[in-house]
Design a protein around this ligand. Structure first.
Ligand code: MG
Length: 373
């Protein structure tokens, strides 16, 4: 790894892990975190969890897994360009969506609704719960025992009430401090990834059309550039040439704007990064172009009637599962049952949140379909 800037997170000075752990001889602490995440059960489940399109709708759409890989790739490129800790950026990116329910945001909203009087449900906090508690891989402790800086990066946002419950990790939300630059990068790499792959998936699905996107400045500028260079190009190649230019523009803008802010604020170390305002950012022009693209995706794709129909079905499935399991906990697999356990509702939420799309559909059928076993 190239030499790190003085304000990067250094593996040698990590705040460490919750439980005493062995020392690895040939990997840095954040490489170890990344490896633990990749080997986890929750990570493999991402393959069958919805990003926008439900898993069975097509083989070529992004899933939570391919989305997470794209985020990691973008975050690493940015971290390296800014002499920040690439391993940490990769670990946070790969873990950032572990806590998502089946069926994307529709599933989360339904589960949050079900848990309203019992602490709610938030996918960020669920990601942390998975790496801190739910993964069962070690003899000596629950969870993956990740480093503080990786866990900090996973908790992107948090209510003050939940922050108080998180102790040391929640402190920054209460006192208004920033996370590491590596964590800040992952937040924006997430946006770059989904804005661009949703354009691609939206076009592929036929729910949005090229002519509509030509009205959106960010897309229009880049598709014009491609057409000037390759006047006869059409179809998928035109789309891919345009999208990779959009990604490149946004990554370069982010790197340049952030380098400028770092030069102006001149943090001497990580402690000063935490005290500074958010330093990883797009230029105002790029931010505005992205805002318009997000608005387009929201109104034309995420609120497309076919997407909304699936979302409505998803909410119903999650609600039905919750009702069945809380109504009679004996229907749960034994490891999720706890007699007289006050955390029974949380266990139900954990069970449902851990399901892949197709598993949730299957469980729903097992519980509700009369003709099925
Ligand atoms: Mg994401």
């Amino acid at each position: 790894m190239p030499e790190l800037a003085p304000y990067a997170v250094s593996a040698a000075t990590t705040r460490g892990r919750q439980f005493p752990d062995s020392e690895a001889s040939h990997r840095s602490e954040f490489q170890r975190d990344r490896d633990r995440i990749v080997h986890s059960t929750a990570f493999r489940r991402l393959e069958y969890k919805t990003q926008v399109f439900v898993n069975h709708e097509g083989d070529l759409f992004r899933t939570r897994l391919t989305h997470s890989l794209e985020v990691a790739q973008i975050a690493r490129a940015i971290a390296r360009a800014l002499q920040l800790n690439e391993d940490l950026a990769e670990a946070i990116s790969l873990a950032h969506d572990l806590g998502h329910t089946p069926f994307g945001h529709a599933g989360q909203d339904a589960l949050n609704d079900c848990m309203r009087d019992h602490g709610g449900f938030e996918h960020n906090l669920q990601s942390l719960r998975i790496v801190d508690l739910l993964e069962e891989r070690y003899a000596a402790f629950d969870g993956l025992n990740l480093c503080f800086e990786t866990r900090e990066g996973i908790v992107k946002h948090c209510s003050p009430e939940n922050a108080r419950r998180l102790g040391e990790l929640g402190e920054r939300f209460i006192v208004g401090r920033q996370p590491s630059l590596e964590a800040q990068i992952c937040n924006l790499a997430d946006e770059i990834a989904y804005n661009n792959h949703d354009v691609d998936d939206g076009l592929r699905s036929g729910l949005i059309r090229l002519e509509q996107l030509e009205e959106v400045s960010l897309f229009a500028r880049h598709v014009d550039e491609v057409r000037r260079a390759y006047p006869d190009l059409g179809g998928r190649r035109l789309i891919h040439e345009t999208i990779r230019r959009m990604i490149n523009t946004q990554v370069c803008d982010l790197v340049e704007t952030t380098a400028g802010k770092l030069a102006r604020h001149a943090p001497r170390d990580l402690a000063e990064v935490r005290l500074a305002p958010v330093l990883v950012a797009f230029s105002p022009e790029c931010f505005e172009a992205q805002r318009l693209m997000k608005r387009f995706l929201r109104t034309q794709l995420y609120q497309h009637y076919q997407v909304l129909r699936m979302a409505s079905k998803a909410r119903r499935i999650v609600r039905d599962l919750f009702v069945a399991f809380t109504g009679d906990p004996r229907l749960l697999p034994p490891q999720y049952q706890g007699i007289g356990d006050s955390d029974q509702l949380r266990r139900v939420a954990d069970y449902i949140a851990g399901m892949t799309d197709r598993y949730a559909i299957k469980e729903h059928r097992r519980l509700y379909a009369v003709s099925d076993s």
